[in-house]
Design a protein around this ligand. Structure first.
Ligand SMILES: [Zn+2]
Ligand SMILES: [Zn+2]
Ligand SMILES: [Zn+2]
Length: 333
C-alpha cells in the first residue's frame, strides 16, 4: 500500500479537544483544492484511479474490467439530508415552503457523511440514502454510524448492499445495543443463514461494532466521540469528530454531554420548527443551547416545512444558519 499523506483530521489517539497535536500540511486559511489523484489507501485494492472527472470525482478501473466512480471527500463532512421525518416538501402539502423554488427548501431526511483518513463514514441510512449518495457522487461507504433507530434514520439500510460487494468484506456498523436490536428485527433477512449465503449484493452484509456513549472510539483512522442526547423517551447519539459535532434528533442535551461539546468550530444541531415539540428542539431552544456552547458556527438541521430557509435565516444570530442538503463543512478550520 502506498504511503499515506498526513490527514487533515484528528487521527486516532488525538484528544477531541487537542487541536495543537494535529498535523496539517496545508497552509491555514487557504481553501482546499481537490487533489488530482485520490489516495489509493482509501479505496478497495482492485480499484485503480483512472480519470479525474472534475470537482473531486474520480473514475476507477477494477481488475474485473468494471468502472466505478466516486467523489473524494477526505477532510470534509457533507450534510446529505437536513429535513424532518416527512422530508420537505411534504407529500400533498401546498404550503409556501413546500411550493418554494428555493433549493434550500427541498430537504431530504437527516443524515451526513464524513471523509475520514481510511474511508467514508456514513451517519444514518435514511429512506433517501440512494438519491443522496447519487446526488453527491459518493460511490463508496466504508462504515456506518447510527444516531438512533427511528425510521427516518434507518430505513435506507438495504441500499448498503452494494458496499460489501465493493469492499470485499462485511460493512462495519457502529451503533448502540438498542439500535443493533432494531436493525436485527427490522432487517431480519440480512441475518438469516440461508439468505446470508447469497453472493454479496443479495442482502446487506453487516458486522456490528458496539459504541458506548461518551467513550471515544477509533473509526476509519479517526477518533470519534459518541455523545448522549435526549430525544423524547429514547437516547440518541451525537458524533463529535475533532472540532465538528453532528447532533440531530434531540430535545435536550444533558450536562455531562454539554461538557463534551465545548470548544467546537462547527455544531450541527436539531431544530425542528418554531413551536415547541416533545422530542425535538424548537428553533429558540436550539439557539439557547448554541448560546451556551458557543461554537464558532452552528447549523440547524432536521427542519420541518414550517421553516422557509431565506425568510427564517434573517432572524438568526450571526454565527447560526439553517443547514441545507449538500452543505459541505471542513473537519478542520
Ligand atoms: Zn429524525
Ligand atoms: Zn408544507
Ligand atoms: Zn428520531
Amino acid at each position: 500500500m502506498q504511503s499515506r499523506r498526513q490527514p487533515k483530521i484528528p487521527v486516532a489517539g488525538d484528544g477531541a479537544n487537542n487541536k495543537k497535536k494535529q498535523t496539517n500540511t496545508d497552509e491555514p486559511g487557504k481553501p482546499r483544492e481537490p487533489r488530482m489523484q485520490p489516495d489509493p489507501s482509501r479505496y478497495p485494492d482492485d480499484w485503480t484511479p483512472a480519470e479525474h472527472l472534475g470537482d473531486g470525482v474520480f473514475a476507477f478501473d477494477t481488475e474485473n474490467g468494471r468502472r466505478r466512480v466516486t467523489r473524494d471527500i477526505v477532510g470534509r463532512m457533507i450534510l446529505l439530508g437536513t429535513g424532518t421525518s416527512h422530508g420537505v416538501p411534504v407529500i400533498g402539502c401546498a404550503c409556501p415552503v413546500c411550493l418554494s423554488d428555493d433549493p434550500r427548501d427541498r430537504r431530504t431526511r437527516a443524515s451526513a457523511i464524513v471523509g475520514l483518513p481510511q474511508g467514508n463514514l456514513l451517519i444514518d441510512t435514511t429512506p433517501d440514502l440512494r438519491t443522496q449518495l447519487l446526488r453527491e457522487s459518493i460511490g463508496l461507504v466504508h462504515a456506518v454510524a447510527y444516531t438512533h433507530g427511528h425510521a427516518d434514520h434507518l430505513m435506507g439500510l438495504d441500499d448498503l448492499r452494494i458496499f460489501a460487494r465493493y469492499l470485499g468484506h462485511d460493512l462495519p456498523i457502529y451503533c448502540t445495543e438498542e439500535v443493533e436490536e432494531r436493525i436485527r428485527r427490522t432487517f431480519d433477512y440480512a441475518f438469516d443463514p440461508v439468505t446470508r449465503a447469497f453472493p454479496a449484493g443479495g442482502v446487506p452484509r453487516l458486522v456490528f461494532r458496539r459504541i458506548e456513549p461518551d467513550q471515544p472510539i477509533e473509526i476509519l483512522g479517526a477518533q470519534v466521540l459518541p455523545v448522549t442526547l435526549e430525544h423524547g423517551k429514547i437516547r440518541a447519539i451525537g458524533y463529535r469528530i475533532g472540532r465538528v459535532a453532528y447532533c440531530t434528533d434531540a430535545h435536550n442535551i444533558p450536562p455531562s454531554s454539554m461538557r463534551l461539546l465545548e470548544d467546537l468550530d462547527t455544531l450541527i444541531l436539531d431544530a425542528l420548527r418554531f413551536e415547541r415539540h416533545l422530542t425535538h428542539f424548537s428553533i429558540d431552544e436550539a439557539l439557547e443551547f448554541i448560546a451556551e456552547l458557543k461554537p464558532t458556527q452552528a447549523y440547524l438541521t432536521h427542519i420541518a416545512h414550517a421553516v422557509g430557509h431565506a425568510r427564517a435565516s434573517a432572524d438568526l444570530p450571526k454565527n447560526v444558519d439553517f443547514a441545507h442538503d449538500g452543505l459541505t463543512l471542513p473537519l478542520q478550520s
